[in-house]
Design a protein around this ligand. Structure first.
Ligand code: C2E
Ligand code: MG
Ligand code: MG
Length: 545
């Protein structure tokens, strides 16, 4: 009979382990237990419970919770069950049954049932968080209970700019951001009762069990964790109460989240050319986070360099030189179109500006010592315009100080401002531009044509030159609308007494066209690529002789 029983036991789908409560030795296990836990038979056969528990412990996700109920197991006769998460992703249901007997015969039976499949319908496969179905089911169960003695802090988190991550970096990057958000939110969980759900595409909800109102501390922790993870999301937190339950609390938290999102959007809401919207995105991909870590030490490690691109007048002389920042990290050049927007959204741009400004003025000083006298233009970021509006930081004083230190006149400098940086409240930055202008620093509008700027802006500010964006120059003379815009821009600027430079000129046809319509200055690979300081010095000498 025992043999028959053993055969039957080995055919079962549940893993069974029997321990003698007195000797604490394993008295029985079936085949399924062996395959389920992957513990060699000989270890099982010869072992006491402690050795086996140590083996099992290495496989479970929360070893402490796994071991907690065991002490009482041998002492009282109660049967109980719980769920165990394994490191490999499986979930097992553990049933513990006490078999009474005389002291030496008393046994405890553990039955393990693999419930991964039943559980998996409630798990979001991408993030490992609970899914919408789990949320609905939990909400339903909770709703049926009349008296909600257990309270929950409900936090709704919604990514602010998820679409643009998918659009700019592809869906894989989007998936990585969602995963990171899942991991970040799980950090707020303190015990098994707390849960993280992915309730929508880019919306998550955390449920934290608590007897007291913890909402304000959760608001702070949540925002700190999100900032640390480089994630820009709107959040709303609400504490469930006795009557309302979690569904009602979720609705209120969601409402708070939405109203925050609206105010955040309002702040960014300006008329900006779609190609410039990228810079308003704050959530970072993994690559960006790594890049930022490298960027923050790039200056110290001497990885930043300057390149110089000459701008020619109609007599083919170098009129001035644009300073462009270069970053070479571990033998690889990272283009400014990648690291500048990133440094703008992270605040690194201020340190880059400090470095570029001083390094450029130093270079002008060195050229001067070699009897090369030339002006330079430096790019000034939209973030710096905002910084000035908010803090009143005196860029003119900074420039004066460095110019004085290297014995260079501020009149040798020009500032290139992107057109988009003037779109919102540019009048608030008027004092800055006036002050720079009074110091003899010319102000050029860079990438002109991408920001839909109006004539009123141009008239209100002291602008000496506009640089027509490469995307328009690129299309002349074949593309009709590019040609019309370029022609119109040149004549409009001239009527306002503003000079015009064309960027990204790559062939003779373009330059001929531009010259025939009265363009004043020319920049682009056709004339010269960006050069090192030494190459630049030679280029100037050549063009002046
Ligand atoms: P930008 O100020 O409009 O600079 C002109 C960009 O056009 C430069 O790209 C230059 O190398 C490129 N370029 C010049 N001629 C040609 C051409 O004929 N064909 C093509 N296809 N491109 C040409 P770069 O150096 O990659 O810089 C890109 C942007 O990064 C700059 O655009 C500027 O907005 C920003 N940037 C670069 N250095 C700095 C800096 O030090 N500070 C700030 N705030 N921004 C910078
Ligand atoms: Mg520029
Ligand atoms: Mg430009």
């Amino acid at each position: 009979m025992t043999q028959v029983l053993e055969l039957v036991m080995d055919e079962l789908l549940d893993g069974i382990l029997v321990i003698n409560c007195c000797s604490r030795k394993v008295t029985y296990f079936n085949n399924k237990f062996v395959s389920m836990w992957g513990i060699p038979q000989h270890i099982l056969a010869s072992s006491d419970n402690q050795t086996i528990l140590n083996q099992l412990k290495t496989k479970v996700l929360y070893p402490e919770e796994f071991l907690k109920p065991i002490q009482s197991l041998y002492e009282n006769d109660q049967n109980w069950q719980d769920e165990i998460r394994l490191k490999d992703g499986r979930t097992l249901l553990r049933k513990s049954i006490s078999i009474p007997g005389t002291n030496t015969l008393k046994s405890c039976v553990w039955i393990f049932k693999d419930i991964t499949n039943e559980k998996s319908i409630f798990i979001d496969s991408l993030t490992g968080c609970l899914n919408r179905k789990a949320w609905d089911s939990f909400g339903n169960e909770h709703g049926k209970k009349r008296n909600h003695s257990i309270q929950y802090c409900v936090a709704v988190v919604d990514l602010n700019d998820f679409k643009s991550i998918n659009d700019d970096f592809g869906h894989e990057a989007g998936d990585r951001v969602l995963k990171r958000l899942g991991v970040t939110l799980k950090r707020l969980i303190r015990n098994k009762q707390d849960k993280v759900f992915r309730t929508g595409g880019d919306e998550f909800c955390i449920l934290l069990e608590s007897t007291t109102d913890i909402s304000s501390s959760i608001v702070t922790r949540l925002s700190n964790e999100l900032i640390a993870a480089g994630i820009n999301a709107a959040t709303g937190v609400y504490m469930s109460n006795q009557e309302g339950g979690i569904i009602e609390a979720f609705r209120k938290a969601d409402k708070r989240m939405l109203s925050r999102k609206k105010t955040q959007k309002h702040l960014h809401n300006s008329l900006i050319h779609p190609s410039h919207l990228v810079s308003t995105r704050k959530t970072k991909t993994d690559e960006e986070i790594e890049m930022l870590a490298n960027l923050s030490v790039a200056i110290k490690k001497g990885e930043l360099k300057l390149a110089f691109q000459p701008i020619f007048n109609t007599s083919n002389q170098v009129s001035w030189i644009e300073v462009l920042c270069r970053w070479k990290h571990e033998e690889q050049y990272i283009p400014p179109n990648v690291f500048i927007p990133l440094s703008e959204s992270s605040g690194h741009i201020h340190r880059i500006w400090d470095w570029v400004l001083e390094e450029s003025i130093k270079t002008v000083h060195r050229w001067k010592q070699n009897s090369i006298y030339t002006c330079i233009s430096i790019n000034f970021s939209a973030v710096q315009v905002e910084y000035y509006k908010n803090t009143g930081f005196s860029y003119p004083d900074q420039i004066k100080r460095i110019c004085y230190q290297y014995n260079v006149s501020p009149k040798c400098l020009k500032i290139e401002l992107t057109e988009t940086s003037l779109l919102t409240d540019s009048i608030k930055a008027k004092d800055l531009f006036n002050e720079l202008s009074e110091m003899g620093i010319d102000i050029c509008i860079d990438d002109y044509g991408t920001g839909f700027s109006s004539l009123s802006i141009m008239q209100a500010l002291p602008i000496q030159c506009i640089k027509i964006d490469g995307s328009f120059v690129n299309g002349v003379p074949q593309n009709l609308s590019n040609t019309a815009i370029t022609k119109g821009t040149i004549s409009m600027a001239h009527e306002l007494g503003i000079e015009v430079c064309a960027e990204c000129i790559e062939n003779a046809e373009q330059i001929e066209f531009l010259e025939s319509y009265g363009c004043d200055y020319f920049q682009g690979y056709f004339k010269s690529k960006p050069l090192s300081a030494e190459e630049m010095a030679k280029c100037i000498e050549m063009h002046h002789n």
